[in-house]
Write a protein that binds this ligand. Structure first.
Ligand SMILES: C[S@@+](CC[C@H](N)C(=O)[O-])C[C@H]1O[C@@H](n2cnc3c(N)ncnc32)[C@H](O)[C@@H]1O
Length: 250
């Protein structure tokens, strides 16, 4: 623990030049004062049905690690660690968010937050995790005009034979109550960003939430799930939770 704290403090000192204004430091202070342990710090957008679906899919597919792109304040990072009790890896571009999250996550072992662009981070994960690993990959690094999403999906599909991928803030067809992100003329939607089963090492099946968003407890954001390489299981499990709350999209 001590050496972990020391290395974070060294990282902070090395990066101080990046925290240019007193305002940034003040904001960072406010986040520390207000966010830790409050409901706004709840992961998976505070949506409990989604949280339950993630946990059940993780276990039924036999996932071994949780990989997140876009840490922000580590709300999902922390919840994934506590809920799934596995190795957790996350990445963040913003210095302020990375510092906040790294310090917030100090109490957890086998939880790593990289200050990196999501594309290079995923490449690093591809080399770091052995072929026996089945990652649950939570893609949430969409905020700026440079959108890494399709490159992330292409890389994941051609790197892991077996994995589960969830893209946050995604448009759910025929369910307008779920919120989703727009970037200029682009929407996060199935017509624009997807895993083509033909490109995935061992195929991919697409699922959308199939329940009333009003039942959700948090931000009610839409999402899509791609399951790669475990199709045989999906047929037998289709009528059971959590797949009975999802709609297969062919
Ligand atoms: C929607 S927030 C993530 C929220 C977080 N996953 C959670 O559930 O609490 C998006 C984060 O992604 C970061 N981000 C945006 N583009 C990125 C990129 N290319 N690589 C890494 N992080 C990125 C932003 O700085 C921001 O903190």
């Amino acid at each position: 623990m001590l050496s972990k704290i020391r290395s974070v403090i060294n990282g902070y000192r090395r990066n101080l030049g990046g925290l240019r204004s007193a305002r940034t430091i003040q904001e960072l202070r406010k986040w520390f004062a207000s966010d830790v342990g409050t409901p706004s710090g709840f992961g998976f957008n505070g949506d409990v049905i989604r949280t339950r679906i993630v946990a059940d899919l993780f276990n039924s597919v036999g996932c071994t690690a949780f990989i997140e792109t876009g840490t922000y304040r580590a709300a999902t990072t922390v919840l994934a660690k506590r809920l799934l009790n596995c190795k957790v890896f996350s990445c963040e571009l913003s210095l302020k968010s990375w510092l906040f999250s790294t310090i917030r996550c100090l109490p957890y072992s086998e939880l790593f937050i990289f200050r990196a662009d999501s594309r290079s981070f995923l490449r690093r994960m591809g080399k770091h995790l052995g072929p026996e690993e089945i990652p649950f990959i939570y893609l949430d690094a969409h905020w700026y005009s440079d959108l890494p999403l399709q490159e992330e999906l292409d890389y994941v599909a051609t790197t892991w034979a077996k994995c589960v991928v969830l893209v946050d803030d995604y448009k759910v067809p025929d369910r307008p109550g779920f919120k989703f992100d727009r970037y200029g003329d682009d929407e996060l939607c199935i017509e624009r960003f997807f895993i083509d089963p033909k490109n995935a090492i061992s195929g991919a099946v697409t699922f959308f939430p199939n329940y009333d968003p009003e039942l959700e407890t948090g931000a009610r954001c839409g999402y899509v799930i791609f399951i790669c390489g475990t199709q045989h299981r999906l047929h037998s499990d289709a009528r059971r939770f959590p797949l009975n709350l999802l709609r297969r999209f062919d």
